[in-house]
Design a protein around this ligand. Structure first.
Ligand code: RIB
Length: 291
């Protein structure tokens, strides 16, 4: 079981030919207002890959977001409404599918310690994971408590904050970063990241795939050829898909292959959560690749 304490955003997505220059105003080609946020994107990826995920999150007065999450098939029992705006993001996606994102935390900053601890205590920690990112308050407190209770912790260090990442390290079993985050973490600690006492370090490498560093082995996974339309949420898709497969007992190589296929499909569609493929879509894609 995977318990994800994660952000929920309203993504305002604007497709543009190119990003605006300083002081410039440009027109967008399209506008979408959709479900996003690193946390819930990861939960959607876990769910669509067949994983057992419970999402803990906070939103403002946006019932349509709850409806979208329910429609995907994720239960909303642990998603609470609070005062103030739902977390949201302004996302520009250019012609190459690259993005620029500004987020406002809103309700993602309103996690309540007593509520989160109660939820943690209500689940058996045996063989269970807690997933955390940097888009919510209290992630360090939740990690500490979850570790005490015996959960394994998966932490993606995004959006990157060096001091926050350093504080999280003692509790983390699976650390997830992209190359930029890896370099930033490397610069802020005094030893090689791969010498840290962390069981698994997953580095996503964009169009080059990913590497999983474990104590006695490093697994390399290439990405599949894909024409990117929107790369928003590709890392979340990789992580969620990998977690679901790993938690379901897949061999590491198979879990990485599934995650690479899932994120290669996801970037060919507009949007973050809504672009994440289902298990059947990924399996069909993989069997096509093997023909
Ligand atoms: O990782 C992609 C996500 O980052 C977007 O969905 C946006 O909400 C921001 O949190």
């Amino acid at each position: 079981m995977i318990l994800n304490f994660g952000s929920i955003n309203i993504d305002n997505v604007y497709q543009v030919d190119r990003f605006p220059l300083d002081g410039e105003t440009i027109s967008s080609k399209s506008y979408d207002k959709i479900l996003g946020g690193k946390g819930i994107n990861q939960s959607v990826a876990i769910h669509r890959a067949g994983g057992d995920v419970k999402h803990v999150g906070y939103i403002g007065d946006d019932t349509w977001i709850l409806d979208q999450i329910l429609k995907i098939g994720i239960k909303t029992d642990f998603i609470s409404k609070c005062y103030g705006p739902t977390g949201h993001a302004i996302i520009f996606v250019d012609a190459a599918g690259e993005n620029e994102i500004v987020i406002h935390a809103g309700a993602n900053d309103q996690f309540s310690k007593s509520q989160c601890f109660k939820i943690l205590e209500s689940f058996g920690s045996k063989d269970s994971w807690v997933v955390l990112q940097n888009e919510i308050n209290l992630s360090i407190e939740i990690a500490k408590k979850a570790k005490e209770l015996g959960f394994r912790i998966c932490y993606s260090a995004a959006p990157f904050d060096a001091s926050h990442a350093k504080e999280m390290l003692p509790y983390v079993d699976l650390l997830v970063m992209n190359e930029t985050e890896l370099k930033e973490l490397q610069n802020s600690i005094e030893k090689n990241v791969f010498d840290l006492d962390v069981d698994m370090i997953l580095v996503t490498l964009g169009s080059r795939g990913a590497e999983l560093h474990m104590k006695n082995n490093t697994y390399k996974q290439s990405s599949f050829i894909a024409e990117p339309v929107d790369t928003t949420g590709a890392g979340d898709t990789f992580l969620g898909s990998f977690m679901a497969c790993y938690d379901n007992g897949y061999e590491i190589k198979k879990a990485l292959e599934y995650a690479a296929a899932s994120s290669s499909i996801q970037i060919t569609r507009i949007g973050a959560a809504k672009a994440i493929p289902t298990f059947d879509e990924v399996e069909e894609f993989l069997s096509e690749q093997k023909k």
